[in-house]
Design a protein around this ligand. Structure first.
Ligand code: ADP
Length: 204
């Protein structure tokens, strides 16, 4: 019950039931992104991103799901990393996951307090993760909605930061990338991304 990349429609094909014939026009950014609702741990991609905490030793939410699915060797490797600062990212193997790697990033704690620092830290999570994607020559990566769960970053501004940061990076790196997946878990986030993605990644 893993989900392969070719089973996930790109944003261009998201709304059409039948995948259309390959179009002739040059590849645009909407061919490189997807919106997927569900469990990130079943995605068969080069890397999934974990919304970790600074200890990197596991926690609740998506972090707990990833550690449960990847198995004890993930915990062991994380234990050797000496934690991670807010806005930074570290990479490990994926172990029992279908993903080859896990990129652990630590989002800002934003409960009741979202200022410029939190916004920049959240953007930095996406940038740091994408830097590792580049360094490891990875071609597909899935992001959860970092900081919007236990860390309490409001969903709507978090989505704008995620979409804006990924788009800026993708503009410079689209030939190196097959797909960036926005993996939402909650209906609320699905609605927000579904509404915003056409603004950030218009089908031309
Ligand atoms: P944070 O501490 O950074 O807020 P959380 O794990 O609490 O991280 O929440 C981040 C997002 O991950 C939330 O939208 C939450 O609903 C979502 N989430 C929880 N479990 C999964 C999962 N298995 N796959 C993808 N997303 C998940």
């Amino acid at each position: 019950n893993y989900v392969a990349l070719d089973k996930i429609p790109t944003w261009r094909h998201h709304h059409s039931r039948e995948p259309e014939e390959e179009e002739e026009n040059p590849v645009s950014l909407c061919d490189k992104v997807s919106l997927y609702k569900g469990d990130i741990t079943i995605l068969e991609v080069d890397a999934i991103v974990n919304a970790a905490n600074s200890s990197l030793l596991g926690g609740g939410g998506v972090d707990g799901c990833i550690h449960r699915a990847a198995g004890h060797y993930l915990y062991e490797e994380c234990h050797s990393l000496n934690g991670c600062e807010t806005g930074k990212a570290k990479i490990t193997c994926g172990y029992d996951l279908p993903a080859k790697y896990v990129i652990h990033t630590v989002g800002p704690i934003a409960r009741g307090n979202v200022g410029q620092v939190q916004r920049e830290d959240l953007a930095s999570c996406y940038k740091s993760s994408l830097k590792l994607v580049e360094e490891y020559s990875l071609r597909s990566v899935a992001f959860p909605c970092i900081s919007t769960g236990i860390y309490g970053f409001p969903n709507e501004p978090a989505a704008d930061i995620a979409l804006n940061t990924v788009r800026d990076w993708l503009k410079e790196n689209k030939d190196k990338m097959d797909r960036i997946i926005f993996c939402v878990f909650l209906e609320n986030d699905y609605g927000i991304y579904n509404r915003k993605m056409s603004d950030y990644f218009p089908p031309d």
